[in-house]
Design a binder for this molecule. Structure first.
Ligand SMILES: [Zn+2]
Ligand SMILES: [Zn+2]
Length: 373
């Protein structure tokens, strides 16, 4: 027998230990006094926003004493970031930010950890569905979890985006700040002065480009004897990607093909190379985004920053895990078969690494016991 643990009490205790022992410099963000901050706290509904700090020490003090469950800062810079009214804040510009989330990418492991329940007919199952396979309803309740496989799939999407930012837009990888979101994806931040004043429309065009939206074989190719060829042979941008796929598919970088054959090469190239970014996040010039090195309140994982080189060569999950010491005995009534890098089998009484037990608790698994060993 055991007692159901209280996620608010237990979570706050772990988060308090983390924020009290962290190095304040970990929470450093550029132009900190010009940013808006927002937090939600354990045991409280909603989010408190329009908060500003004079400097890093003030922010670190708030984290140490208020122990937020979630911590965000604005991608925008303001003259008066603490003003309650968005108009009065005085918008000065915003970083260019991309969000990549595994929710938008198919992964085989969803069968192991994601559950859906139809709110109309009560049917349920593992994996991810758009609509109920029994009654067709779109009123689906989802319980989603993340494992190392999903995180690595999301990481590969980030690397596709980095390829566009470096090769097509000419940014250096050293200008990019990549953070694991602490849950199911990544954020890519660009803070260069030349992006700060980009309008929403310009940001949307960048999204369309990296997603390969509107690429049309008719305009990318020109008619020649016997068919169509790419208009440009320079190995740059989407032309370069199409040339590569033409080489793979038909053995030549610029073959003479029918329009429909070019269309299928365009489609293949977009499927394989476009980056699955969330448009809403990039075009929002007043976005709140997770504070680097803060903890995610539904996972207990760290919003860990990575350089592009580290992204390629480091275990994401190892760096995001914070509570790696000790083990916790849990009784899992019903839940996923695998989370993070831990197999849970069919549940029951389990002894888990602390970080995995905390994730189950914070993300709403049915636990009847939580005993730190
Ligand atoms: Zn149904
Ligand atoms: Zn997974």
């Amino acid at each position: 027998m055991g007692q159901a643990p209280d996620p608010v009490k237990v979570g706050r205790k772990y988060f308090e230990w983390y924020y009290r022992s962290a190095d304040p410099r970990d929470f450093s963000v550029t132009s900190l006094p010009s940013r808006e901050f927002a937090f939600s706290y354990f045991g409280e509904e909603g989010m408190r926003r329009h908060i500003s700090f004079g400097g890093l020490e003030e922010l670190a003090e708030h984290l140490r004493t208020a122990i937020p469950r979630h911590a965000f800062y604005s991608t925008a810079y303001y003259r008066d970031p603490g003003a309650k009214d968005m108009e009065e804040k005085g918008w000065l510009g915003a970083d260019l930010v991309f969000d990549i989330d595994v929710d938008h990418v198919e992964t085989p492991c969803k069968e192991l950890h994601d559950k859906w329940i139809c709110k109309s007919c009560g049917a349920s199952g593992w994996g991810s569905v758009e609509r109920c396979p029994r009654c067709g309803s779109e009123a689906i309740e989802r319980h989603t979890w993340v494992c190392e496989t999903c995180i690595n799939v999301a990481r590969d999407e980030v690397l596709k985006l980095v390829d566009f930012l470096e090769m097509d837009f000419g940014f250096s990888r050293h200008e990019l700040l990549v953070t694991f979101s602490g849950h199911r994806g990544f954020h890519v931040h660009l803070e260069s002065p030349e992006v700060r004043e980009l309008s929403q429309d310009s940001r949307r065009e960048i999204v369309d480009y990296v997603k390969g939206l509107g690429l049309d074989a008719r305009f990318l190719t020109a008619k020649t004897r016997g068919g169509y060829k790419l208009r440009y042979e320079a190995p740059l941008g989407w032309y370069g990607r199409l040339a590569r796929w033409a080489l793979i598919k038909v053995g030549s970088e610029n073959p003479v093909l029918s329009l429909s054959e070019w269309r299928s090469i365009v489609e293949e190239s977009v499927t394989r190379e476009a980056a699955a970014v969330d448009e809403k996040v990039t075009i929002d010039t007043k976005r709140l985004i997770r504070l680097p090195n803060s903890l995610h309140g539904k996972t207990g994982l760290k919003v860990a920053p990575f350089s592009v080189d580290e992204l390629e060569n480091t275990s994401i999950i190892d760096r995001a895990k914070v509570f790696t010491e000790g083990e916790v005995a849990v009784r899992l009534e019903e839940g996923p078969k695998r989370v993070l890098d831990v197999d849970l089998g069919s549940g029951g009484v389990l002894t888990l690494p602390t970080y995995a037990a905390l994730y189950l608790l914070l993300n709403g698994a049915k636990l009847l016991k939580f005993e730190q060993r």
